[in-house]
Ligand binder design. Structure first.
Ligand code: S6P
Ligand code: ZN
Length: 184
């Protein structure tokens, strides 16, 4: 990767966009294999049109050591067998910290260190801090898209296998007056 020069990023908090744009990642339901509690319901959702669950828009800052990339994740509103739609979730193999700034909607930042689970309610203006060594997943617990800005060390990496192996400790389910966390 060639070195990157200083540049300005236009951050529109209202529209939840970053300009200039780097790569955009789109994850459909089929990409979340093994993550929802109810596997049959997940399979049915894949068969029923495989909806987009979330997308991640980056800036041109590369994911390499010592760079500081940023991205905006937008999670659609929805549930699968009562479980709120969410990101895959990952651990940073190099155990580095990260921050999330909520921009739109109502979400949660679920963190798990292998033993303990932590949940931070995320509403526009909330900064959620993810310490090194805590796997993290974002959950949309509202009726609108939940959007947040992430800023993270470029060399942190994404270990998705860790979550498949260890889980996230808790799951967020829809209940009449919002959400409820249940044992994994
Ligand atoms: C990267 C940061 C976010 C997530 C994004 C999608 O360190 O935590 O940009 O990558 O929210 O989640 P996931 O779990 O599919 O990478
Ligand atoms: Zn991360």
């Amino acid at each position: 990767t060639p070195p990157i020069s200083p540049f300005a990023i236009q951050f529109d908090a209202e529209a939840a966009t970053l300009t200039p744009e780097g790569p955009t990642l789109t994850r459909r339901m089929s990409a979340l294999d093994g993550l929802f509690k109810d596997h049959d319901a997940w399979q049915q959702a894949v068969a029923d049109g495989d909806p987009v669950v979330y997308s991640v828009q980056s800036t041109p800052v590369p994911e390499v050591d010592r760079e500081l990339p940023q991205s905006i994740t937008s999670i659609e509103a929805g549930t699968t067998a009562g479980e709120f739609w969410m990101t895959k979730g990952h651990q940073h193999p190099n155990h580095q910290g990260e921050i999330y700034l909520a921009l739109h909607g109502t979400g949660g930042l679920l963190m798990f260190d292998g033993t303990e689970t932590q949940w931070i309610d995320m509403v526009p203006g909330t900064i959620g801090y993810i310490p090194p060594g805590w796997a993290h997943r974002s959950v949309n617990v509202g009726a609108d898209p939940y959007k947040f800005l992430a800023v993270y060390p470029g060399g942190a990496g994404h270990d998705y296998g860790w979550v498949l192996e260890h889980g996230m400790g808790k799951r967020a389910y829809a209940v009449t007056d919002g959400f409820e966390l249940r044992e994994f």
